[in-house]
Design a protein around this ligand. Structure first.
Ligand code: ASP
Length: 447
């Protein structure tokens, strides 16, 4: 049995939806289908989810937002007409109206309910079209199916007992079309995952029904060893492990939502990235163990938007509990720590700049100076993380040396070097202006 998730570009219009349904019916193992909201039809288009967020924000200011509502309704009306399922449109429109024009008691609850509409309507459309072309399918409501989430609006996590309830979907004798991106609180309120969260829904369902494979259909042929915007015709990755993918996703590979691997990984279910617009292409399989280790490095990624908090104190290494106190100060500000390379009397804490506002920086520096009596505490912004990732590196001598030599020959100063105990990745910190260049230099070195 396969769980197949289709992303927004695969559902952007009626032509794309027909392609999706052709893929679904071409393999009878594809029995649970997870759909995103219609995405962009062209580079200048707007995703339905973004249109919904806009309309939700307008409603929060008290505006009627009628023109915005009509624009969303028109997209679904056109899709339904072109798929010969216009009979479905009145109920879709009514459902959207009920939520968008409901009484707003709580901003977050309202916004999540509005955001869920894109996926919800998408699932109704796909199920309706499959039935029209003669394949038994039903829209599957996440509440009835039992997908319960933590009450954390816009960034929910699945509640563990959902898996048992969802497992009975395996018994369904029709194709089950499940809207991605949202579930319900135990009290019955709509709650969404973070943006791009339909990938998470698909992975949860694959784990719940113990699928043989979780297919993630998108608009690229495969995952590449490097961002294709930086290098022409980059090396395609055919097979990659969960751990390698996790590291690359962390440093900017955005093919799959960062949280989406975990449910499939726990059950050892392979994730297959495939292209709706080129279904014959082999794609990329994310697996627990690879069959081939034909290249030393699997992928190279770079991401901007980090900073370091550098702390110096003479005899820091002898002071019991020093790091704990620093962590507590950062925890009090709700800042999460990304990496922590250290010296004898110094530590550098790498943080995401977006988590660490100027206001938080001021408070943290003040507390560290006063409470820990340090010699120096400074923040350096504009830091990028560049990573080389590959399980084969663990058994090979000299990979870090090769990478560092290539970067130094290119005149790139290394602010930080970090290698975790798993030895599957090496991380370099470079100034933002060198990020893309460093990725290209490393790609040339290893591929
Ligand atoms: N439609 C949602 C978004 O645009 C979720 C998804 O597509 O996965 O973020």
């Amino acid at each position: 049995m396969k769980v197949a998730k289709f992303g927004g570009s695969s559902l952007a219009d009626s032509t794309q939806i027909k392609k999706v349904c052709d893929i679904i019916i071409s393999d009878e193992d594809r029995r649970i289908i997870v759909v995103s909201a219609p995405g962009k039809r062209s580079a200048s288009d707007t995703k339905i989810t973004d249109m919904l967020i806009n309309i939700g924000n307008l409603r929060l200011t008290g505006a009627e937002a009628n023109a915005e509502f009509d624009a969303i309704a028109k997209r679904f009306e056109d899709i339904c007409a072109e798929l010969n399922i216009s009979f479905l449109f009145p109920s879709i429109k009514e459902h959207m109206k009920d939520i968008i024009y409901s009484n707003i008691n709580d901003k977050d609850r309202f916004m999540d309910a509005v955001k869920s509409l894109g996926e919800d309507c998408s699932a109704r459309v796909v199920a309706g079209y499959l039935n029209t072309i003669g394949h038994k399918a039903s829209y599957c409501n996440p509440k009835l199916a039992g997908l319960l989430l933590s009450v954390s609006f816009g960034r929910a996590k699945v509640l563990p007992d959902s898996y048992d309830r969802l497992s009975i979907l395996r018994e369904s004798d029709e194709i089950c079309v499940f809207p991605g991106f949202y579930g319900y609180s135990p009290e019955g309120e709509i709650i969404t995952f973070s943006r791009g969260g339909s990938d998470i829904s698909g992975s949860i369902l694959a784990a719940a029904v113990n699928a043989d494979i979780y297919e993630n259909w998108t608009d690229v042929d495969c995952v590449y060893a490097v961002n294709p915007c930086l290098v022409e015709r980059p090396f395609p990755i055919r097979e990659i492990t969960y751990d390698e993918m996790r590291e690359l996703a962390y440093a900017g590979f955005s093919v799959l939502h960062e949280e989406a691997l975990y449910p499939a990984f726990r059950k050892g279910i392979p994730v297959h990235i495939l292209n709706t617009n080129n279904p014959c292409c082999q794609g990329t399989k994310i697996v627990a163990k690879r069959k081939n280790y034909d290249s030393l490095v699997t992928g190279i990624a770079g991401e901007k938007g980090f900073c370091t908090l550098n702390i110096k104190k003479y005899l820091m290494n002898r002071e019991v509990g020093f790091a704990v106190k620093v962590f507590q100060i950062l925890a009090d500000e709700g800042v999460s720590i990304e990496h922590m390379p250290s010296g004898i009397d110094s530590i550098s804490i790498v943080l995401r700049s977006s988590d660490f506002s100027a206001e938080k920086e001021r408070r943290v520096i003040e507390r560290i100076s006063l409470e820990l009596e340090v010699d120096e505490v400074v923040v350096n912004r504009n830091l990028s993380i560049v990573m080389i990732v590959g399980e084969a590196m663990a058994n090979t001598v000299g990979t870090t040396a090769r990478a560092a030599t290539a970067l130094s020959k290119a005149g790139i100063n290394l602010e930080i070097i970090n290698q975790g105990a798993s030895e599957i990745s090496v991380m370099f910190g470079v100034k933002d202006e060198y990020c893309d260049y460093a990725v290209r230099v490393l790609y040339r070195e290893f591929f």
